[in-house]
Design a protein around this ligand. Structure first.
Ligand SMILES: Nc1ncnc2c1ncn2[C@@H]1O[C@H](COP(=O)(O)OP(=O)(O)OP(=O)(O)O)[C@@H](O)[C@H]1O
Ligand SMILES: [Mg+2]
Length: 445
């Protein structure tokens, strides 16, 4: 099976279509989600659209080049975009987003108490799923403002692409969890009855949890949870709304994956999950695909040629030297290196008798040595080429397995560039490859 067996993902029609309002770049950790999101943002903006890219944890140099190296949680216009479009970029600062919500929903002293609360600090900094949830929250906010033609969403560096979709449920089950329920019970009750419950609840907890956490901390936790309930008010309703947004026709998911077995297996799960959730998949971006400009020379032929060269190297050497082929070619100390380099420098013209033979021999020697070095280097290069061709073949097989499983998924290949992608030029190159795709194998680094 080859590239033709699945449709090619057409990126330009997707990003140019005014009906496309949200593109979500998903995928496992480190595959190139942030890079793809930023590259799509640049390309869409340079095709005239007003775009915002919501990035999460971008590499520092990339953030700097887009002017978003400070975490301020608001979209900033990116300089250097050509044409009439606009690119704005922002970096999701989860902790800051959390803090802002607390500040907005609690009065000064209470807010300070919550912000300084260790329970809050660890939760806001690292509760599994919060980052994913906050990304969705932010997406909801950006979409609600209706200020952008296109919102490109990067997703957090989760182990699994599925984490993004599971986050609201996970956060929901945390909020619905027994521990939280217990804490919430008194806080939710109003009036005197509430006070009674509060006291019962508090004394009960002071007896057990209080010993563990300390009374003050426990009150802090409770305050925090109560505040959180308000902050996320109608949490499930909002999560449902975001889910509906993700199912809407203006949304397109792109799954980014490396051409490796585990990565594509994971991508296959994600594709199935999107289908089960009725979320519109635009296609698969196969990122960092290897290619070769000399793909016509197969690994087998390259290896055979390398072996031939090695054998020729052995034959070319003087009799009795076959065992020291490698050193003979490069080492002046080898027995075949002759004496000429060490020949005494003749002050008054070299004695013909002494010099004649060794000089001829030295030329021969160096010619032979040079020839052998070239041969060895050629053989080495051929072996490198063979290795590269084996990588290509493995990537192709991996891709074919995915295509056999999901022939309906459009695919585009983006070659592995020689260096990191950390500026607009690099992002444009990725954008070009995303749009022209498919030819990665012929011209990649
Ligand atoms: N096609 C490519 N060629 C060369 N380098 C690439 C390519 N795509 C991505 N990179 C580089 O790979 C690294 C990881 O990319 P990126 O940060 O986009 O991945 P990610 O999926 O967002 O990672 P995380 O899951 O950690 O958020 C970056 O240094 C980026 O410059
Ligand atoms: Mg990333």
């Amino acid at each position: 099976m080859t590239l033709d067996s699945s449709a090619r993902l057409e990126v330009d029609p997707l990003i140019e279509d005014p009906a496309t309002r949200i593109i979500v770049c998903c995928g496992a950790g480190g595959v190139g989600k942030t890079t793809t999101a930023a590259a799509l943002g640049v390309r869409a903006a340079e095709r005239g659209r007003k775009v915002v890219v919501l990035t999460i944890d971008p590499a520092r140099r990339l953030a700097q080049s887009m002017g978003i190296d400070s975490l301020d949680n608001t979209p900033r216009r990116v300089e250097g975009i050509e044409g009439d479009g606009q690119l704005h970029a922002m970096m999701l600062d989860m902790k800051r987003t959390f803090d802002e919500i607390v500040e907005a929903h609690a009065d000064g002293e209470r807010a300070r108490a919550i912000l300084g609360n260790p329970f809050y600090q660890s939760l806001s900094a690292g509760f599994a799923g919060t980052q994913e949830y906050m990304a969705m929250e932010k997406l909801g906010q950006l979409r609600a403002r209706d200020e952008w033609d296109l919102i490109v969403v990067d997703t957090p560096p989760s182990r699994s692409a599925l984490d993004f979709l599971d986050a609201p449920k996970r956060l929901g089950s945390f909020l619905d969890g027994k521990f939280i329920k217990l804490l919430m019970t008194p806080a939710k009750m109003g009036g005197r009855a509430g006070m009674k419950f509060l006291n019962v609840g508090m004394s009960m907890m002071t007896g057990t949890l209080g010993k563990l956490l300390g009374g003050q901390l426990l009150r802090d936790v409770q305050t925090f949870v109560a505040a959180m309930d308000t902050m996320f008010g109608g949490f499930r309703t909002r999560a449902d709304a975001t889910y509906r947004l993700l199912q809407a026709p203006g949304t397109a998911f792109l799954v980014v994956a490396a051409p490796e077995r585990d990565a594509l297996r994971e991508a296959a799960y994600f594709v199935e999950r999107l289908a089960a959730e009725d979320m519109p998949l635009a296609g698969l971006v196969l990122n960092r695909v290897h290619g070769s400009a000399a793909a016509r020379l197969s690994a087998e032929r390259a290896l055979a040629a390398a072996e031939n060269l090695d054998e020729a190297g052995i034959v070319d050497q003087g009799p009795g030297k076959t065992g020291v082929r490698d050193t003979a070619a490069v080492s002046p100390e080898s027995p075949s290196a002759g004496r000429s380099p060490e020949a005494p420098p003749a002050a008054d013209g070299t004695s013909e008798v002494v010099a004649e033979v060794p000089e001829a021999s030295a030329e021969q020697q160096s010619a032979t040595a040079a020839g052998q070095t070239t041969q060895q280097m050629t053989a080495g290069l051929l072996r490198l080429h063979a290795e590269r061709m084996q990588v290509l073949a493995r990537e192709q097989r991996t891709r074919d397995r995915f295509t056999a499983l999901h022939p309906e998924v459009a695919v585009v290949e983006v070659p592995a560039l020689p260096g990191d992608v950390h500026d607009l030029t690099g992002l444009r190159t990725i954008g070009d490859r995303l749009a022209t795709g498919g030819s990665a194998r012929a011209g990649a680094a």
